[in-house]
Design a protein around this ligand. Structure first.
Ligand SMILES: CC(C)(COP(=O)(O)OP(=O)(O)OC[C@H]1O[C@@H](n2cnc3c(N)ncnc32)[C@H](O)[C@@H]1OP(=O)(O)O)[C@@H](O)C(=O)NCCC(=O)NCCS
Length: 170
């Protein structure tokens, strides 16, 4: 499995982030707008930097542990400090898929959320048709709790979302 580490997302990662915006899976399964407006990655980083200051969101670049090359995005959002819960997300660059990067990323993110945020509950929202992401969740010990039907997630688009969770007490 590829050795990876998390770095706080910054300007230097944005060209790699933008390079994932025309991927079918990204447009289909994430809240990234479709089509992506030109330069949107800068706006998006600002949004996460604001969330970082407020303690509500965090974004990491996942990089190769050996050569530091960009592999994936790792996200935490809806951070509820008082309620000690949050949602996590991940997007792997198309050329880095199929070698365990998402699984390792979710392991690192989950450890970070339990250790740094003192979280009690972590959620993943996964489209019922996103089999790869469901495998990632299961690999990291998340449990499928149920399905939200016809949930509006962007631009008039609706999908059925499985909710997967891990608890600090699992
Ligand atoms: C989903 C995604 C993160 C998986 O990344 P990855 O690094 O290729 O995942 P991994 O290599 O850790 O593999 C995860 C598992 O999915 C399986 N898998 C990969 N592609 C698959 C597919 N099309 N259908 C079914 N299973 C698949 C792998 O075999 C592996 O299973 P295993 O661990 O049981 O052997 C990546 O495809 C992606 O970024 N997709 C677009 C964005 C997205 O969907 N993000 C998640 C939103 S919830």
């Amino acid at each position: 499995m590829t050795d990876v580490r998390l770095e706080l997302l910054a300007e230097k990662h944005l060209s790699s982030v933008a390079g994932m915006f025309d991927d079918e899976g990204v447009l289909r399964y994430t809240r990234v707008p479709d089509p992506v407006p030109p330069g949107w990655e800068h706006e998006w980083l600002e949004f996460y930097e604001e969330g970082r200051r407020e303690g509500k969101r965090e974004a990491f670049a996942v990089v190769d542990g050996d050569d530091g090359s960009f592999l994936a995005l790792a996200l935490a959002f809806g951070i509820d400090r008082e309620g000690r819960q949050l949602e996590l997300g991940y997007v792997v660059a198309p050329e880095a898929r199929g070698r365990g990067v998402a699984t390792r990323t979710l392991e690192l993110l989950t450890d970070w959320a339990f250790a740094e945020l003192d979280a009690l509950r972590i959620e993943l929202w996964i489209s019922t048709s996103n089999d790869a992401s469901k495998r990632v969740a299961a690999n990291v010990g998340y449990r499928h709790e149920g399905t939200l039907r016809s949930f509006h997630f962007k631009q008039g688009r609706r999908d059925d979302f499985e909710i997967w969770s891990r608890l600090a007490s699992d």
